[in-house]
Design a protein around this ligand. Structure first.
Ligand SMILES: C[S@@+](CC[C@H](N)C(=O)[O-])C[C@H]1O[C@@H](n2cnc3c(N)ncnc32)[C@H](O)[C@@H]1O
Length: 216
């Protein structure tokens, strides 16, 4: 699967077509000094915008599995002249960051590509600080996709073969430990004859840290 995904996005890295399902930054309400992680950052546009919102006392980090996307993202940051942004090649199923590194996580139309959605959400939970939050947009299905689509690597690379049902997707978030799960946007659409939903979800990491009120 990964080869197909990297091959598709290596080609897309040189284009200017929009690859996102809409910006998440307004919902995230970034404050100066925060550390933000962008999963599957692509050409880095949202990561750079996040870095501008954190200001120089904070930072934004973008991670992507496709080297060509990382190269373009770094060039974009250089051209803008922003220095509190980093782009790292890596897999969202195994994040190369310490526990509790980030205040907020964003991701836009990426996790549908991952084989193990539970692993991705557990990793997000791990790298967030306590009371950290995420705002994530993704594609999910209304009904389970048939095996011929689920087993088609080209369909995974095209942002639909790897999509799971809305219930399965939300279960991954709940079972990873997230609280206050809220669907901020939801739009139904049809792709290749199948019913999909574009959803934007917000949730927080809420662990007991001596403050009972904070768990409410
Ligand atoms: C649809 S594009 C979205 C890019 C960007 N978030 C945006 O909104 O423009 C999906 C991106 O996710 C990356 N990606 C796919 N699977 C990944 C994985 N397992 N780990 C890290 N990045 C991944 C791809 O390389 C690609 O750049």
């Amino acid at each position: 699967m990964l080869n197909y995904i990297q091959s598709r996005y290596t080609k897309e890295s040189g284009n200017s077509c929009n690859l996102s399902c809409g910006s998440n930054l307004d919902f995230l309400k970034i404050t100066p000094g925060e550390n933000v992680l962008d999963l599957g950052c692509g050409r880095g546009n949202e990561t750079i915008q996040a870095a501008m919102l954190t200001g120089p006392e904070g930072k934004a980090v973008g991670i992507d599995i496709t080297q060509a996307m990382i190269d373009v993202a770094r060039l974009n940051a250089q051209e803008i002249g922003i220095s509190n942004v980093w782009f790292i090649k890596g897999d969202i199923e195994s994040l190369p960051f310490d526990d509790g590194t980030f205040d907020a996580v964003i991701s836009n139309c990426v996790i549908n590509h991952a084989k193990n959605k539970n692993k991705v959400y557990s990793e997000i939970f791990r790298v967030l600080k306590n009371r950290g939050r995420f705002v994530i947009s993704d594609a999910v299905t209304k009904n389970p996709l048939p095996p011929e689509v689920k087993n088609d690597p080209e369909a995974w690379a095209q942002c639909f073969g790897g999509a799971v049902t809305e219930k399965e997707y939300l279960d991954s978030i709940t079972s990873s430990g997230f609280k206050n799960i809220e669907i901020l946007k939801r739009r139904e659409y049809v792709k290749n004859g199948y019913n999909f939903i574009s959803i934007t979800i917000m949730a927080t990491k809420q662990k007991y840290d001596g403050c009972f009120e904070c768990l409410l």
